[in-house]
Design a protein around this ligand. Structure first.
Ligand code: ASP
Length: 440
């Protein structure tokens, strides 16, 4: 019988009532043997996340400002959860130790990691599972870089000795025991590492939404859910802003071919979204798209020069200027005498004048034109490959909606078509594509 690894996000563990839902989910399937909890998250919109409060305590401590009040909120949250669950755990000594260490100058990573480190034993007690400290199984090297091989070895060795265990998310340790965290939302990564470590049949990632939707619900009314998406499609959609999983969480499971199932703790009967290897996606209809995602805030720098195509090294010189200024680009559409680079605005921050000056002296263009306010939209789908007429349908939809397409980029995998439109047309464009492909 296969093993399932279940990761629960902060909102799924925000109070004792939620932890009871988690317990019911875990107990409903005997193969859910390894559980990775986040720190308690928000109980409602106005609430605070424990992780944020811990960072706040650390910031106070660094400035020499008392943080007793903030810590008291944290302590109260945990004690309340333990009391409401009725588990036999004395949180006081654990909380005291954390407070003393933060006051004594412990690192931000240590402080933040305690959200999960304190929640782990509570969830383990509620489930009757063993507790395995992530510091023992998620390994970083002496220089603080994540060590995939050491982690895999530690996971399979240590977890092989526990039939059922809770491993807190978000952190690990270096060989000398220094605590390191992943970036925010990193419990997803821990879940993926545990899944790979135990060779799970599936990595279930339980959150507060029933999986991914085919388009942004703030733009399209009631978009349909995505039932199956491949790792590759997910990368395309996530890059364009459809975030459902920490970016780095996909790699450990993808390497091992373990599917990820995004599920909703508040709607456990909903099958959610399955993220699978390309060859595991099963049959799908040609011409069908998987999803649409997009982002605003891009700038196009268009460089024009007669006979550019015959000039050796033109593109290299343009890219060297970008590199020297620490600017990475997203796309580079070219024409016979034009070359454009599409750059995220966040990359440009105060650098545009320098870039123009340096590009001018590097390639002596006939003209350089900067157009801000561009949005990019990616229409993604494994069903688009080898299907004639997909771009015609897409551009027809945009044309009929009166949207002017400023840039086109189709990956040679035929997995996606990216279009650049004026930021003001973003919503109209997304609705037009969705309606044409999904509703008609
Ligand atoms: N608690 C951490 C955060 O808020 C990690 C996580 O929840 O995944 O970022």
């Amino acid at each position: 019988m296969g093993v399932k690894v279940t990761k629960f996000g902060g909102s799924s563990l925000a109070d004792a009532g939620m932890i009871m839902k988690v317990k019911a989910i875990v107990e409903a399937d005997a193969t859910r043997r390894y559980v990775v909890p986040s720190a308690p998250g928000k109980r409602n919109k106005a609430d605070q996340k424990i992780t944020d409060l811990l960072y706040l305590c650390h910031a106070h401590a660094t400035q020499g400002v008392p943080f007793d009040d903030v810590f008291a909120i944290i302590a109260e949250r945990y004690k309340q959860i333990v009391a409401d669950l009725g588990v036999d755990l004395d949180m006081t000594p654990l909380l005291d130790e954390v407070k003393t260490k933060i006051a004594g100058g412990a690192s931000a990573d240590y402080a933040a990691s305690r959200g999960e480190a304190l929640n782990g034993p509570i969830v383990a007690a509620a489930l009757g599972y063993d507790f395995v400290d992530a510091a023992e199984v998620v390994r970083f090297d002496e220089r603080g870089r994540f060590d995939a091989d050491a982690t895999q070895a530690a996971m399979s060795d240590r977890l092989g000795r526990h039939e059922r265990a809770v491993v807190p998310g978000f952190y690990g340790a270096t060989p000398d025991g220094t605590i390191k965290t992943f970036s925010r939302g990193g419990s997803d990564v821990t879940g993926a590492l545990v899944a790979r470590g135990v060779g799970a049949e599936v990595y279930e990632n339980w959150t507060d939404v029933s999986g991914m939707l085919m388009a942004d619900p703030r733009v399209v009314d009631n978009p349909r859910p995505i039932k199956v998406v491949t790792y590759k499609e997910l990368r395309e959609l996530a890059y364009m802003g459809a975030t459902v999983l920490h970016d780095e969480a996909i790699f450990p499971v993808r390497g091992a071919g373990i599917p990820v199932n995004i599920r909703n703790t508040n709607e456990p009967d909903n099958p959610g979204t399955m993220i699978v290897p390309s060859n595991g996606a099963g049959e799908y209809a040609h011409g069908v798209i998987t999803g649409i995602a997009g982002r605003k805030d891009f700038t196009v720098i268009a460089i024009e020069k007669a006979l550019m195509n015959a000039q050796l090294g033109f593109g290299r010189r343009v890219l060297e200027v970008l590199e020297a200024n620490g600017v990475s680009f997203e796309h580079m559409p070219t024409g016979i005498d034009t070359l454009s680079v599409v750059v995220a605005d966040a990359q440009l921050d105060g650098k545009i004048d320098t870039l123009i000056d340096e590009l001018t002296s590097a390639v002596k263009p006939d003209a350089i034109d900067v157009s801000p306010n561009m949005a990019l939209l990616a229409t993604v789908g494994r069903g688009m490959a080898h299907t004639p007429g997909m771009s015609a349908k897409l551009f027809g939809a945009l044309g009929d909606a009166g949207v002017n397409v400023r840039m086109i980029d189709q990956g040679s995998s035929e997995l996606n078509i990216i279009v650049g439109v004026e930021a003001d047309d973003f919503e109209t464009a997304m609705r037009a594509i969705y309606n044409r492909f999904v509703c008609e």
